[in-house]
Design a protein around this ligand. Structure first.
Ligand SMILES: Nc1ncnc2c1ncn2[C@@H]1O[C@H](COP(=O)(O)OP(=O)(O)OP(=O)(O)O)[C@@H](O)[C@H]1O
Ligand SMILES: [Mg+2]
Length: 456
């Protein structure tokens, strides 16, 4: 609601109307008067009032229809009806058409004001709740996962749903995109959260030991197996097992994993008795499993077992608008308490860089910059790793400093367009064919744009 509430007061009785309008004006309302329903509808067409107060009985279009029309146009409007003595039934009918409340004639001004203030307070609370709800829907965090960008918002929705299920999940994404963070967040939001999250990096363990690591072993099962040991599957019973780098597993072991996933049972190495477990498996890989299936290095049946719910994490360069949020988070992480800022140049460099190592690489860059900038309030571009400082111009998406006061989008875009066209012509020595090619537009389109920009 605007600072001064705009109020439309409708009554065919001029004295009462004038009196009420004066009193409401004294109370800080901007009041417009109407003497009929017809006039009220006209005014409602022209202006978005915050409040409408109308007499119920009007010649012609009556108060109930005015309320209905007002509500149709402005669903958030506060609408009060004034009813004649003993017409409570009509008042109820008006409420059904969307009136917020009613006052019975004859009434004191204070009574009207009270009803009005109560309705406005309700309205404020309702919109506040709606706002808070929208904030919740559009959050910037899911567990430890930060992200405000569109792909991350979509991911959060997906995670919320899959966390509740028991299905096997395959997380794919380049290195450092947060596959493990996502796996942990799923576990924490699932019904299994009070049991263990057990992680195993399949590429970090020699193939010969991996089977025992997964399924456990009995004493003497292999050289060095001095005692019996539980495998990760057993440790994760009732919880979640995270199998990282699952693409590196040998085909023999792939088959055993397949069986464990299908039957939920397996044997410890050196033992023939099967063990049953209740484990939710989340697998992750940064290799292209589908390609490995085509090449015959990854079992197709296992791929489909794992692929029940695929989650693809976007690389950081495809969600650059998350960079400022992540930077702020990492600055606080590495320089807690001391509010460190990033210079504009440094932020520009971070926004322009390709980030092949994704969030992990960004995290490392900030950690390093904080160490180098120790004692200063601001991290400078020179504190960043050299490859980040010297991003080639071609990779630079024109990063816009968004002013607090906002900007005129068409004008802004036109400026950027002009700049890029000019640069393309400089690059090609004024050759329009080549410039158009560089800009991936038709030559005729370029010529048209040049005309608009005032070149020939
Ligand atoms: N969306 C995010 N929000 C906050 N921190 C993140 C996010 N994504 C990743 N990180 C951080 O980046 C680092 C790398 O994340 P993680 O280990 O989950 O990556 P990964 O995809 O498993 O990489 P790899 O394939 O190399 O194992 C971690 O320190 C993690 O906390
Ligand atoms: Mg990982």
């Amino acid at each position: 609601m605007s600072a001064v509430p705009h109020l439309l007061f409708i009554d065919d009785e001029a004295t009462l109307r004038g009196l009420m309008a004066d009193r409401l004006t004294e109370r800080g309302f901007d009041v417009v008067e109407a003497d009929s329903g017809e006039r009220a509808l006209q005014l409602l067409d022209q202006f978005a009032f915050d409040v409408v107060i109308t007499d119920l009985r009007l010649p012609g279009i009556d108060g109930a229809r005015v309320i209905e029309a007002a509500r149709d146009r402005y669903p958030g409007i506060v609408a009060i009806v004034i009813t004649g003595f003993g017409t409570v039934k009509d008042a109820v009918a008006a409420m059904q058409r969307g009136a917020s409340d009613f006052v019975e004639k004859p009434f004191q001004f204070d009574k009207l004001l009270h009803v009005l203030q109560k309705a406005m307070e309700n309205r404020r609370l309702t919109s506040e709740v709606a706002y808070l709800k929208s904030q919740l829907d559009d959050r910037s965090q899911f567990g430890e996962i930060l992200g405000r960008s569109r792909p991350m918002q979509k991911l959060f929705h997906l995670l919320e749903t899959v966390a509740r299920s028991n299905s096997t999940i395959l997380i794919t994404g380049e290195t450092g995109t947060g596959k493990e963070v996502v796996a942990r967040a799923i576990h924490r939001h699932s019904a299994r959260h009070s049991h263990r999250f057990v992680a195993l990096n399949c590429s970090a363990i020699p193939e010969t030991l991996l089977e025992a690591e997964l399924f456990g072993h009995v004493r003497g099962a292999f050289t060095g197996a001095v005692g019996a040991r539980q495998g990760r599957f057993e440790q994760a019973n009732k919880g979640t097992l995270f199998l990282d780098e699952v693409g590196t597993m040998s085909t023999a072991l792939q088959m055993k994993l397949l069986r464990a996933l299908q039957e939920r049972e397996f044997e410890r190495v050196g033992e023939s008795q099967s063990i049953k477990v209740d484990v939710r498996v989340i697998a992750a890989t940064n290799s292209e499993l589908a390609k490995m299936v085509a090449e015959g290095t990854f079992r197709e049946d296992l791929y489909y077992r794992l692929h029940v719910i695929p989650i693809q994490l976007p690389p950081l360069r495809d969600r650059r608008d998350d960079i400022p949020l992540l930077v702020k988070h990492f600055l606080e992480k590495f320089a807690p308490g001391t509010p460190m800022q990033l210079s504009q140049d440094a932020m520009r460099a971070l926004m322009a860089y390709q980030w092949p190592g994704n969030v992990r690489q960004l995290e490392n860059a900030i950690e390093r910059a904080v160490a180098l900038g120790a004692g200063r309030r601001e991290v400078d571009v020179l504190d960043l790793p050299v490859e980040v400082q010297t991003t080639s111009e071609d990779a630079v998406a024109p990063f816009v400093d968004f002013p607090d006061s906002g900007l005129d989008l068409p004008v802004y875009l036109a400026t950027i367009e002009r700049e890029l066209i000019q640069r393309s012509l400089e690059r090609t020595g004024g050759n329009r064919n080549k410039a158009a090619e560089l800009l991936r537009i038709k030559r005729t389109t370029l010529v048209e744009k040049l005309k608009r920009l005032g070149h020939d």
